[in-house]
Design a protein around this ligand. Sequence first.
Ligand SMILES: Nc1ncnc2c1ncn2[C@@H]1O[C@H](COP(=O)(O)OP(=O)(O)OP(=O)(O)O)[C@@H](O)[C@H]1O
Length: 351
Amino acid sequence: MEATPWTASAGAEPIIELKGLKKRYGEQMAVNGLDLHIAKGEIFGLLGPNGAGKTTTILMMLGLTEPTGGSVRVCGLDPARNPLTVKRRVGYMPDDVGFYEDRTALDNLMFTARLNRIPSAQARQLADRLLERVGLAEARDKKVGAFSRGMRQRLGIADVLIKQPDIVILDEPTLGIDPEGVRELLRLIRELSRQDGLTVLLSSHHLHQVQQICDRVGLFVRGELIAQGDVPSLARQLDQDGTVTVELAVGGWNDRLAETLASLPGVKEVRAENASEIDSETGAADAAQIAAPTTEDAVDTTLVALVCDRDVASEASAAIVQGGGRLLAMKRKQYGLDDIYHRYFEGGTRA
Ligand SMILES: Nc1ncnc2c1ncn2[C@@H]1O[C@H](COP(=O)(O)OP(=O)(O)OP(=O)(O)O)[C@@H](O)[C@H]1O
């Protein structure tokens, strides 16, 4: 798959612009010829396996390491030449934010404000407003050492926002947070982009979450950006290779049904999984929930994916009914980020 051209907010001045960006460590090219434009207010997801070059790219955007070749512009500035200005305009939240554990949430924010030379009266107002915004107003005077992981991450967001940056870069912001905390954090990130015009770069391995909030994603493999675009257009490219996946929810599943479906003309692969064993992180969980709303239903429901070279929905449904199975639901699969990721990363190849 060719990297799709930059289309989001086409015509708008990019707030981040990377051209032919390279970084070599000894013999190894950690980043190898990256072209990327990100528009103001976009939420952009950086995706890729370990060692793909995401962190190195972020470090070059922050002016913390110099490129070997190509150029970086952040807010129109070269970070290697203007590191302090760029640092003021870009907030970076690492996956494990460090705080003074024996100080309160407010003290920690005031400390960051002082480092950024924000006058203390203004800093106090900002800190109060941000603690409110991230849902920590009541924990303002509690020591951070007693905070849960979710509270620390929300304080981390307030901490990067206190210097009122134009861009925030968040590295695995939802790591180790419970589902309700994740929902709140994602809602907050979305709100910051949509209401405040903040540009957000999100580096994460949680594809389902990335898919929920990112306007576009970039897929990094071995220092190269092999694809970029919004999830529906990346998914359409998967569709274009002629593969169709038909998803079925079946009651009374058995080996004979599996063999019958596998023998239908056009079927390349049959994958079956019990609905009660579906991982709640994935999109398939929604399908499982609809087909089998209770635990007892789920035990007797199998989610079947038929990977085919054409749409075999009608032949498959007839075969299931004739074979004594119960067809509970059926749809043509809409590809998502996990399919895109599986195809390009786990397969390890560029199409
Ligand atoms: N300071 C360094 N010296 C030498 N090699 C490095 C250095 N930093 C990174 N690398 C190498 O560059 C490549 C890209 O690493 P990078 O940390 O950018 O990947 P990543 O996509 O951020 O991975 P992860 O998801 O694990 O954070 C890796 O092979 C890594 O070993």
